[in-house]
Design a protein around this ligand. Structure first.
Ligand code: NAD
Ligand code: DAU
Length: 351
């Protein structure tokens, strides 16, 4: 039996990871701690919410006393930490909340783990989910981010994630806390909040709304199917080496404008329109401040050590993703109207 605390499990990646762990490990207790910010949505976990090996706790990772009491009462022996403010554009408008959750919240979890485990680290693990954005931006088209690339964050979001990574390493080096960090590239798939490029644009294409392309659309991102990210976290949580960092990515770089044109073709086709009908929606707008030009992850270490590779080709994953959003308009409507935030209240009022 293992008692695993997953933070941010009601968000996009967290909900996929919670589902995977609850289904795959009936002998574990999976405890999902989530503040339910605008990005947290319990409807993402409807299919597993009544499972015996799953518990949801509403709480803020910055609340040290609450976090510590969870460690002690639930005898937590593993943490997979995903809770974060995750959207770059929001970090430009409100950097404080990013420092609070991403830095102070991570520190609060680390301190709760250290003081509860009290040097008895046998069978314990603190797994920190981070991002490729901590490495900064690549200016040429050949280099890739490796695990030893120097940190050079540019946005308040990536600066806060970089800082949290440093705290995680500091707890390993100073107190011997067993930690693993993974840095992943851009994820796509179901249940992603429609402020991020792919779900926002799929929804806008469907409703004939403008597609706001930042700058010239020449920025490059490296895309990975969210279920492949969750599978890599599960693998590394169980088999990764303590104190190590692992990059996760699928060697799948796309220039934004090329990806947007591909999305248009897929959405148009799936809606029964002639492919390219919606090209006219492309609208070039003012660039994001400090917009990183290119991210590209080298995940050779993960592949060499564990044979991990993405399960899906990108076009196949994108087809599935478009289909999911087109079939789940109600989910999109709920999150865009804010109705989903009533789901938690209704659910707990019914009990
Ligand atoms: P998300 O914004 O969809 O979800 C974040 C979750 O954290 C939400 O459920 C939210 O309610 C919760 N949360 C926020 N503040 C909290 C707090 N103070 N206390 C408790 N819960 C809180 O994020 P995501 O895209 O699923 O990203 C998850 C993690 O993966 C983040 O750490 C992010 O940095 C990292 N990451 C994301 C991507 C990506 O492409 N989305 C890529 C690499 C790494
Ligand atoms: O690289 C991993 C990161 O990927 C994660 O750490 C972040 O949590 C996640 O949000 C994501 O960050 P990005 O900034 O790359 O993702 P976003 O979907 O916001 O934007 C993807 C690209 O599309 C980026 O170059 C900006 C551009 N874009 C985005 C939006 C929302 C547009 O051109 N127009 C838009 O409206």
């Amino acid at each position: 039996m293992r008692n695993i605390l997953i933070t941010g499990g009601a968000g996009f990646i967290g909900s996929h990871l919670v589902r995977l762990m609850v289904n795959k490990y009936p002998g574990y207790k999976i405890i999902n701690l989530d503040k339910l910010t605008y990005a947290g949505n319990l409807a993402n976990l409807k299919d597993i919410e009544k499972r015996e090996n799953y518990t949801f706790i509403k709480g803020d990772i910055c609340d040290f006393d609450h976090v510590k009491s969870i460690f002690e009462t639930m005898k937590i022996d593993g943490v997979i930490h995903l809770a974060a403010e995750s959207h770059v554009d929001r970090s430009i408008k409100d950097p404080f909340s990013f420092a609070m959750t991403n830095v102070v919240g991570t520190l609060s979890l680390l301190q709760a783990a250290r003081t509860s485990w009290d040097g008895n680290y046998e069978g314990k693990m603190f797994y920190h989910v981070s991002t490729d954005e901590v490495y900064g931006s690549l200016s040429d088209n050949t280099t890739l981010f490796t695990e030893s690339t120097r940190y050079e964050p540019h946005s308040p979001y990536s600066a806060s994630k970089a800082s949290s990574d440093h705290f995680v390493r500091a707890f390993h080096d100073t107190y011997g806390l067993p930690v693993i960090i993974s840095n992943c590239s851009n994820n796509y798939g179901s249940f992603q909040f429609p402020e991020k490029l792919i779900p926002l644009f799929i929804n806008n294409i469907r409703h004939n709304k403008p597609l706001p392309v930042y700058g010239k659309g020449e920025n490059i991102r490296d895309w990975l199917f969210v279920e492949d990210h969750a599978a890599a976290i599960d693998l590394l949580f169980h088999k990764g080496k303590v104190g190590e960092t692992y990059n996760i990515g699928g060697f799948n770089e796309w220039k934004n404008i090329d990806l947007i044109k591909l999305m248009i073709r897929i959405v148009d086709r799936q809606l029964g329109r002639k492919e390219g009908t919606s090209d006219y929606l492309i609208t070039y707008v003012t660039d994001r401040a400090g917009h990183d030009l290119r991210y590209a992850i080298d995940s050779t270490k993960l592949h060499k050590e564990f044979g991990w590779e993405p399960s899906l080709q990108f076009e196949e994953g994108l087809e599935k993703t478009v289909q999911w959003y087109l079939n789940n308009q109600e989910w999109l409507d709920n999150v865009t109207s804010g109705d989903y935030q009533k789901y938690y209240e209704d659910m707990y009022n019914r009990q």
